[in-house]
Design a protein around this ligand. Structure first.
Ligand code: ADP
Ligand code: MG
Length: 212
């Protein structure tokens, strides 16, 4: 395995189904931590919201496996929107649906195209939630992660983790945590933390598939 060995590996529908199954597992394992973070600056439901959402995603994809990478992301996004009541459901749902739309019907895509598609998804999240980097939201992890994915899966994972950690000293300007004003300072944002899980699972999946 060498740096950049994933340049030529392509991503099919199965790869993305296995990614989302890995996300469901990671979210399940980390649900208590996500809820703890959300109890400090929110309403203590982020772990439960995502556990319910990604379990439903996994079930849907297993029942009716979509034929293309784009269709996988579109189906997953739709499921998140209909299953998760909190802010994170529509936001993550929009991320995946918009990315799915950007991938179209192609049967195989490159990592670079996935990065581009997720970039379109992240832009849609910013538009829907009216937030930008520095507002202490999931965007603080998503924006650098997608940028990192242009280089490698490992870079995406590291950038997302760094972005999530960087939310600690910030004051929240969007979402429930913003109601706390200065008291939101000193806590890691739950959504940025779950976004880092998404990209850690993507890097793990790439390694398991021999794509990184
Ligand atoms: P809720 O806030 O409705 O309880 P969750 O607890 O599931 O929903 O998700 C909270 C997370 O959602 C926050 O930590 C933040 O990262 C993200 N979030 C909230 N509002 C916004 C927004 N306007 N833009 C981007 N992300 C947001
Ligand atoms: Mg919450």
């Amino acid at each position: 395995m060498t740096m950049g060995s994933d340049m030529t590996e392509t991503i099919g529908a199965g790869f993305l189904v296995r990614w989302l199954a890995a996300v469901a597992e990671d979210v399940d394992r980390e649900a208590d931590r996500l809820t703890e973070l959300d109890s400090a600056i929110g309403d203590a439901d982020h772990g439960a919201n995502l556990r319910r959402g990604f379990a439903a995603v996994t079930e849907t994809l297993a029942k009716e496996p979509p034929a293309s990478p784009g269709a996988v992301l579109t189906a997953a996004g739709r499921q998140l929107i209909s299953t998760v009541g909190g802010a994170s459901g529509p936001l993550y749902g929009t991320l995946l649906r918009r990315a799915g739309k950007a991938l179209g019907e192609d049967g195989e895509v490159t990592r670079e195209r996935l990065a581009e598609a997720l970039g379109a998804g992240v832009a849609a999240v910013a538009q829907l939630g009216g937030a930008q980097v520095g507002d202490k939201t999931m965007l603080d992890a998503l924006v650098p992660a997608v940028e990192g994915l242009r280089s490698s899966y490992g870079a995406a994972r590291a950038a997302a983790e760094e972005g999530a950690l960087a939310t600690v000293p910030l004051q929240a300007r969007k979402g429930r945590a913003s109601y706390l004003g200065e008291r939101s300072i000193g806590h890691q944002d739950p959504g940025a933390t779950s976004s880092a899980l998404l990209f850690a699972a993507l890097a793990d999946t790439a390694v398991a598939e021999g794509a990184a």
